[in-house]
Design a protein around this ligand. Sequence first.
Ligand code: SDX
Length: 434
Amino acid sequence: MTAKGANKVATLTDPTGKTIQLPIIDGSIGPSVIDVRKLYSDTGHFTYDPGYTSTGSCESKITYIDGDQGILLHRGYAIEELADKGDFLEVAYLILNGELPNKEQKAGFVKNVTYHTMVHEQMTQFWRGFRRDAHPMAVMCGVVGAMAAFYHDSTNISDPRQRKIASYRLIAKMPTIAAMAYKYSVGQPFMYPQNKLNYAENFLYMMFGIPCEEYKMSPVLAKAMDRIFILHADHEQNASTSTVRLAGSSGANPFACIAAGIASLWGPAHGGANEAVLEMLGEIGSKDKVGDAVKRAKDKDSSFRLMGFGHRVYKNFDPRAKIMQKTCHEVLGELGIKDPLLDVAMELEKVALQDDYFVQRKLYPNVDFYSGIILKAMGIPTSMFTAIFALARTVGWVAQWREMIEDPQQKIGRPRQLYTGQTQRPYVALEKRG
Ligand code: SDX
């Protein structure tokens, strides 16, 4: 194949000598793409890319990642600036609408989200059907999917107004649903959202408030929670976002699509890694055991991996991990907490980053490596870590879902395959089978 700069085409020659020209399309920044949409009709060949390591599934204007430089931009703004100077709902507005809101737009958006935070009272009955020890992500999958059984006035995806209402409902109600999952697991009453609180404060209140006394809000924890939400808001075409886009491409209602995203995020290779990191650090137990863990992680015969390490795109530091590490020290310092797991995490990072195995494979800490230590310091149980990831990522899922629906090139996603199974063969009667 010779990619020609001038005509911006890639020429493909197959074994029969047949050549075809495939257009090369440039983005505003980042890798160009070779447009293979005509490849099968012109050559009879499919592309083959399990795990989509070299495949662009869509055009998007929302998030840009440069994995080599460790850059993450939302609508052109660096995550470092957004995490430092913005707040979650402002970043949510940016991701959804493409621009930072002015004062009036921000006030309107915050009001809209605030006044959608309650769930339909009848939905509380769902929890009666769950076991108290149900994983919060199982509850989130079920309850979010069931929102389609309540909010019939925002399931028509062809109506922009209904798409907008569904977006607000999902962003607004996820903290309420997540907190309800936690309250149910500890046998405490659900706490209703308080309109006087901001998004992060409201979540902490619904998690830790009780009817018997006034909840004392910690500004440090609320700020840290808001920053954790920002760091998890969106991340290009990751597994769960791609799941939401694929589900949405069939015209499924937004609540069903987000429930599909929650299911995909739950996996330990994806959003479930933050929970797995805490379990791993606990299993390692102390700094002097870190060397053994690194050895096990390198052992091909062992399925053990350093959870919170490695990334499909980042082959440098995940910029979110750096911000999370800084926040970790701030929160533990403010709370006067000395968590031995933080010492284990820092020793693990130090040892791994000096080890050839990790250096050669460009395995660095990712967003999940430090988040769990902060959440644990905030008193949040490990089982809730991925639910918090899902809560924040709902902004990205909704924005990407809306972008997909509004994309004129959008069609139902329907990949093909490389078939290596049996060729056609005749049916064998039961009595004649071996
Ligand atoms: C998230 O895509 C996103 O953007 C996701 C996310 C988001 O915001 O949406 O960033 C959130 O999911 C972060 C990732 C959380 N997952 C983990 O921390 C789980 C541990 N890490 C991995 O399992 C792994 O690194 C992945 C899944 C994250 C990426 O896997 P890839 O890109 O498919 O890479 P790979 O599995 O092919 O690994 C390449 C090599 C392999 O070794 P070799 O076969 O070349 O010898 O690196 C090794 C792997 O064995 N490797 C690891 C490792 N991760 C990769 N070895 C030890 N420990 C690890 N963590």
